[in-house]
Design a protein around this ligand. Structure first.
Ligand code: HEC
Length: 494
């Protein structure tokens, strides 16, 4: 074929109003109440695609943890590598961790990136603005630089409907930072797009917008302008928070719901805000997006949340006012492995990134071709072996042993032996096999240890059946001889 002939064909193709449908490898079919969806592989052989972002021109941006940035044309599937940032320091959970494009990208072709650097022993976390010009990223401009750490660097970036740039920073694993408003770690920061501080911030001289955070992994605005975060708890209580200006979210004095007596005291003194959802056992929530499209009507007005430990996509159904999450569904559990981020395309398609090449690979993963970008979109073709989401409450009807594994074994160990000097042994423990009353009270109220270092969390969120199942398990396992406890006894001590 002559060159001219080729160009003529290409020209003809580009003149056609409708582009030929992109043909991708299909992995699964999902059946919802009425919609049928397909899951396809948009891109593969990536290395920990930590952040996904669809710009206002409808292109998908991918930021890989090692510092690589690429852009995919979602009409043609063409992928272009645009940038490798040489100074990115990637170890475990540090690296290129945050990305957002300017909301009016055609006019302001700016891509904002956050990444970790290390010079000698000094670790820093940088917010840098790049300009997209001539199909490349150039003119890096450092907008803000904060302290970094070997872990808990956050981070996510998002633009609000107010045109401001929001940055969710990690506490860099320093327990003094999140409550210290002089420090920019463990905060939601708010900046003008040029990096200057907005005059209507809580303190016009500070980027701090809200504080008291541990290590946020998701940051998303709803269509009505509400800001949500997802955050990793410590051993328990992962969170989703609804962010308010000048809000104190309690970390490290408060973890998850305010249920320990020390937490209640701190909450009263500091007017802290509770998460709208918390998970124990932990699921390691990661990237999150607000889904507002009609393309998948069942999911309209939800937060889509990827999870790492949970290896699933969580569909969090928001109340009409967006203030609470009345229900939750789980999809893809263990199917594609760890999921790192999620983004919504302009046509309502959903893009997910896997994270099976990261520092914490799970048994059975990575799968061939990992890491991948998966595309979820409506299809007309039904399938006989489709998968469906599961209601989150339906999967937690566990027996005593399973409940113990989920809630207690991380500290007291599966064999009840505990950890010497830190977590007491429950096997052959007189408190466990003795009078039910102090045992039930301890379970419901928790207890801070004498030296204050470790705490037995309060488990009042368990229902009576679950609490009784757990206590009967620890009272009969490991040779503990004792009488059974009933749900009624639990109820009477709440
Ligand atoms: C995050 C770690 C952690 C988790 C999870 C945890 N505990 Fe504990 N637990 C502790 C600590 C710390 C203490 C000791 C508190 C103290 O100093 O008295 C404790 C104490 C106890 C005691 C009293 C032991 C004694 O000799 O005083 C019992 C019983 C107990 N836990 C049961 C449970 C059960 C049942 C669960 C699960 C529902 C659970 N714990 C989950 C940390 C934990």
């Amino acid at each position: 074929m002559s060159k001219n002939w080729f160009f003529a064909l290409a020209f003809l193709a580009s003149c056609q109003s409708k582009l030929p449908e992109l043909v991708l490898e299909q992995l699964d079919t999902i059946q919802l109440a009425t919609s049928t969806l397909k899951v396809e592989v948009l891109a593969d052989s990536l290395n920990v695609p930590w952040d996904l972002e669809v710009d206002s021109e409808g292109f998908l941006w991918i930021a890989e943890q090692e510092g690589k940035v690429s852009r995919i044309n979602l009409q043609t599937g063409e992928q272009r590598y645009l940038l490798q940032i040489p100074e990115v320091w990637k170890v475990r959970t540090s690296g290129l961790l945050g990305m957002v494009s300017h909301p009016d990208f055609s006019k302001n072709p700016f891509l904002y990136l956050n990444y970790t650097v290390k010079n000698d022993s000094l670790i820093r976390s940088k917010l840098v603005r790049y300009t997209y010009k001539g199909d490349t990223l150039m003119e890096p401009k450092v907008l803000l630089e904060i302290e970094g750490g070997t872990s808990h660097n956050g981070s996510r970036l998002a633009f609000g409907p107010d045109g401001k740039l929001y940055w969710a920073t990690g506490d860099k694993h320093d327990y003094t930072y999140a409550q210290n408003r002089e420090k920019l770690n463990g905060k939601i920061l708010r900046l003008n797009p040029d990096g200057s501080i907005p005059a209507d911030n809580p303190d016009p001289n500070s980027a701090v917008w809200a504080w008291g955070f541990r290590n946020m992994q998701g940051l998303a605005f709803s269509s009505s302008g509400l800001l949500y975060t997802s955050e990793h708890g410590d051993a328990i209580e992962d969170e989703v928070n609804l962010i308010q200006k000048s809000g104190n979210y309690g970390w490290p004095a408060i973890e998850g719901k305010q249920d320990l007596s020390a937490e209640l005291e701190f909450a009263a003194a500091n007017q802290t805000i509770e998460p709208i959802r918390s998970w124990t056992p932990v699921i390691a929530p990661a990237g999150m997006t607000y889904y507002g499209s009609e393309a998948i009507p069942e999911w309209k007005n939800t937060l889509l949340l990827t999870t790492l430990k949970g290896k699933s996509l969580r569909i969090l159904f928001l109340s009409a006012d967006g203030q609470s999450i009345p229900s939750e569904e789980i999809l893809f559990e263990n199917r594609y492995g760890r999921l790192r981020d999620v983004a919504e395309g302009q046509d309502g398609a959903i893009y997910l990134s896997t994270s099976n090449q990261d520092w914490n690979p799970q048994p059975g993963f990575p799968l061939p071709g990992d890491d991948k970008i998966l595309k979820i979109s409506p299809t007309q073709r039904q399938s006989t072996n489709s998968i469906s989401p599961v209601k989150a409450t339906e999967v937690v009807a566990l027996d005593g042993k399973q409940l113990y594994q989920s809630y207690c074994a991380s500290c007291h160990k599966a064999d009840g032996a505990g950890v010497e000097g830190v977590f007491p042994a429950l096997a052959k423990n007189p408190l466990v096999s003795g009078d039910p009353k102090p045992l039930i009270e301890l379970l419901l109220q928790g207890k801070t240890s004498a030296n204050g270092a470790q705490a037995m969390p309060a488990f009042s969120f368990l229902d009576n059946r679950e609490a009784a199942e757990i206590l009967n398990y620890i009272r009969s396992a490991w040779g503990n001889p004792s009488s059974p406890i009933s749900s009624t006894q639990i109820e009477s001590l709440r």
